[in-house]
Design a protein around this ligand. Sequence first.
Ligand SMILES: Cc1cc2nc3c(=O)[nH]c(=O)nc-3n(C[C@H](O)[C@H](O)[C@H](O)COP(=O)(O)OP(=O)(O)OC[C@H]3O[C@@H](n4cnc5c(N)ncnc54)[C@H](O)[C@@H]3O)c2cc1C
Length: 393
Amino acid sequence: MSWIRKGIVKIGLIGAGPSNLFLAWLLRNEADFHLIEEDKRLGLPLHCTGLVSERMAIALGISRRVFDNYYDKLTVTTNPYSSGVLLRFTNSRVTMLNRPGLEEYLYGEASLKMEHMGVRAIDVNHKGVVKGSGGFEDSFDLVVIGEGARNVLSRRVLGNRLVTVSGIQVDGYSPYLRNMVNDDHHIIVLFNEGYSSRFFTWIVPKGNGEFRIGVVDDTNVVGLRFRRIINQFRVTPRRVFGGRIVLGSLNVNYGYKSVVAVGDSTGVTKALTGGGIITGMLTSLILARVIHESDTNVPERYSSMLNGTLGRLAKVYSILSSILYNNIKLIEMALREVNGSHVEVKVPDYDNHMDALIRLLMTNPKIGLKVIKYAPLINMGGFTLRDVISALL
Ligand SMILES: Cc1cc2nc3c(=O)[nH]c(=O)nc-3n(C[C@H](O)[C@H](O)[C@H](O)COP(=O)(O)OP(=O)(O)OC[C@H]3O[C@@H](n4cnc5c(N)ncnc54)[C@H](O)[C@@H]3O)c2cc1C
């Protein structure tokens, strides 16, 4: 008999992000969920661009009601006025999820036994006792840490050490960009050291002349970078928001005794971009399955399942992300090689960047030959090819 069927199981959820709310939705009516969220409202603070593969969003049961826009083209380039490489999504488009609409939707579908909004979890122990602000204290059969990229409780209780960068973005109007990007379903991704020396910059049309423009860099310079971009693209801001993006983890422990982590807290995010909505929901899907099927040792079984394919891929991608983001200058130089050549690639799905890269090189082998000269200049960021292979094995 599974653990959950032996009696009513009391589960404490720390954080009302999509990962924890999805878990509560999946196991609605199967467990008593107690939500502990430090903000008084869902979806705060706003931080996310919300771009996911439409196919994956639908497969996970997310309602189209929270799809704000869709994109069937994405250009990777050095400047919005350079042609760069155009990716056309053939099987699944990219969709922009509304946040906090996603959280509100999942919350509306889940059934929670108790909600402690405005309570910050301060301490969790391995026996499942959570202490929080305002004298809050309760004990649970299982505590699920879904604190996002903050990495306070997941570090203290599970020893996880996340690799993060800082992202800032703006929703605003820019007639300047409007003239350049006159298609509301076309995303522009810029690799340009002048904008960010650590990551890429994104320009996403929202419709009606509005854009979501974001940049990522080290915390001490990201504000400066952001202001420069706003000025250059002459953006009139409507709102500015952002947060920490998880690029991977150095040390990860998905669960121990009565505590597990889901979502960003696990360090498992999407390859190379740190997008974590879908991967976070996938970690919760795995946890829900383990809770549903296992008789004992839920954290242990969940850990071993996550350590399988998803965890191994996450480790490889952490290394690849680190290598990629140590080489922004080289990517910029490689992209300049194709400017003016109108390179176009058909890509089935937004979620697999490695697949897109392989397709690009297969469709245009000359590009591979042009950029191969940069290979000896690649900064491996302290890693070797052997590290990548041994992470895979
Ligand atoms: C600038 C930026 C752009 C991004 N763009 C994308 C994108 O385009 N696509 C994509 O897929 N992902 C994107 N992401 C990442 C995405 O936002 C996260 O991967 C996703 O939100 C993770 O969900 P989560 O449920 O794990 O945590 P979160 O959504 O971060 O939720 C965590 C919740 O826990 C609460 N909390 C934290 N600590 C405590 C505590 N101690 N006690 C109580 N409550 C607590 C917080 O208030 C919050 O409500 C972006 C992130 C940033 C910063």
